[in-house]
Design a protein around this ligand. Structure first.
Ligand SMILES: Nc1ncnc2c1ncn2[C@@H]1O[C@H](COP(=O)(O)OP(=O)(O)OP(=O)(O)O)[C@@H](O)[C@H]1O
Ligand SMILES: N[C@@H](CCO)C(=O)O
Length: 324
C-alpha cells in the first residue's frame, strides 16, 4: 500500500531569513485537586527568539535558567519540538539560531518544559506560510502529546485558568476568568524534583472514597477561584497526588501543612517542589510572604527559598514577528 505521508524530500523548506520572538508564561498545574486537568498561567516569562538560517547550522545563545546545563544541539527540547511541529505541518528546516532567555526555574513545578515546547511549537507554526499555519487548538494537541498531559501547556498557550480534558488521544481546553482578588504567591526551593520521578510515586489506582472527595473539591475550587475566593482553603484540598509525593519533597510538604493550618490555601505547584499559595487579596499575600520567611528560616535552614508574589497572566504565549 502506498503511503500518503509526506516524506522528508517532499517537505518544503522553511524560508531562511525569518526572525520571531515568543514570550511564554510559566504555569502552575493541579492547584490541589485538579490533577492533570487544571492549570494557571503566571507572570513569570521565558523568551525564545528563533531565526531561520540558510545553512544547516544550529546556533545557540542561552541565558538564565539552564544556560549551563542544556544541550546545544538537535537534542535541545526546543529544537526537538520545532522539528516535530514542522514535520506535522509538512515542512522541514534548514539552520536555526536559537536565542533563549529562561527565567522559569527548571524541575521545580512551574511548567518549564511545557513553556519550552509551547514556545517552540508556537514559533514553528509562525515560521510557515500563513496558509499552512494552524490555530491554538492544534498547538494544544501537539504540545499535550509531547508533555503527556494538558494542564501546563493549556494555560501557557491561552493564559488564565485553564480547564483541560482528554478523550482518548484528543486534548481539549477551555478557560475561566480568575477573581481579581486572587494573588498567587510561590516559594521556590533550591532543590529540584523531576516530573517523571514525581509521577513514579503515584499509585496505579485510588479508592472510590478518595475519588469522590477529590471531585467535590475540584468543583468547589473552580467556584472559589472564579467567584468566591473565601472557599479557596477547602477547594484546594487534594486526595490524588500530594500525599504520595511528600516523601520526595519533605521541606515543601512541611511548609504546605503549616500554611494550611494557618488558614492559607497552599498547594504543591505542578509536580513540585515549589509551594504555591492562592491568596485572597493583597493583605493575605503579604501575610503569606511573612509566614513563609519566618517558617522556613526556623524549620528548613538547609533549603534556600525564593519567594515571589506573582499575577495571573491572562494572555498566554505571544509572538512578535521581526520584520526586515
Ligand atoms: N526552556 C527550556 N529549554 C530546554 N529544555 C528545558 C527548558 N525548560 C525545561 N527544560 C527541560 O525540562 C526539564 C524539566 O522538566 P520537568 O517536567 O521535570 O519540570 P518542570 O516542567 O519545570 O515542572 P512541572 O512539570 O512539575 O511543572 C529540565 O530539566 C530540562 O531538561
Ligand atoms: N499534572 C502534572 C503536572 C506536572 O507536569 C503532575 O502533577 O505530574
Amino acid at each position: 500500500m502506498e503511503s500518503t505521508q509526506p516524506t522528508a524530500t517532499d517537505r518544503a523548506l522553511v524560508a531562511a531569513g525569518q526572525r520571531l520572538t515568543v514570550k511564554v508564561p510559566g504555569t502552575s498545574a493541579n492547584l490541589g485537586p485538579g490533577y492533570d486537568s487544571l492549570g494557571l498561567a503566571l507572570s513569570i516569562y521565558d523568551t525564545l527568539t528563533v531565526e531561520t538560517l540558510s545553512t544547516g547550522e544550529l546556533e545557540f545563545e542561552l541565558s538564565g535558567e539552564g544556560a549551563d546545563t542544556l544541550p546545544r544541539d538537535a537534542s535541545h527540547l526546543v529544537v526537538r519540538a520545532i522539528d516535530l511541529a514542522l514535520d506535522r505541518l509538512g515542512f522541514q528546516r534548514s539552520g536555526l539560531r536559537i536565542t533563549a532567555d529562561n527565567v522559569n526555574p527548571h524541575g521545580r513545578g512551574l511548567g518549564s518544559s511545557a513553556s519550552a515546547v509551547v514556545a517552540a511549537v508556537t514559533a514553528a507554526n509562525a515560521l510557515v506560510p500563513a496558509e499552512s499555519q494552524q490555530n491554538r487548538d492544534w498547538i494544544l494537541q501537539l504540545t499535550s502529546e509531547m508533555e503527556g498531559h494538558p494542564d501546563n501547556v493549556a494555560p501557557a498557550i491561552f493564559g488564565g485558568l485553564a480547564l483541560s480534558w482528554q478523550d482518548s488521544e484528543q486534548y481539549s481546553s477551555t478557560h475561566a476568568d480568575v477573581a481579581p482578588t486572587v494573588i498567587p504567591v510561590v516559594a521556590v526551593p533550591d532543590y529540584e524534583l523531576s516530573t517523571e520521578t514525581a509521577r513514579g510515586l503515584l499509585p496505579a489506582s485510588v479508592g472510590h472514597h478518595a475519588a469522590a472527595m477529590n471531585s467535590g473539591r475540584a468543583a468547589l475550587l473552580i467556584h472559589a477561584l472564579t467567584a468566591q475566593p473565601e472557599f479557596l482553603l477547602p477547594g484546594t484540598e487534594d486526595y490524588l497526588h500530594q500525599s504520595y509525593r511528600a516523601q520526595a519533597m519533605r521541606p515543601s510538604a512541611d511548609l504546605i501543612a503549616a500554611l494550611r493550618t494557618a488558614g492559607h490555601a497552599a498547594v504543591v505547584s505542578g509536580a513540585g517542589p515549589t509551594v504555591m499559595v492562592l491568596a485572597n487579596g493583597e493583605g493575605e499575600a503579604a501575610a503569606v510572604v511573612d509566614f513563609i520567611e519566618a517558617f522556613t528560616s526556623s524549620n528548613t535552614p538547609d533549603v534556600g527559598w525564593r519567594v515571589m508574589t506573582l499575577a495571573v497572566d491572562v494572555q498566554g504565549a505571544r509572538v512578535e514577528v521581526h520584520r526586515r
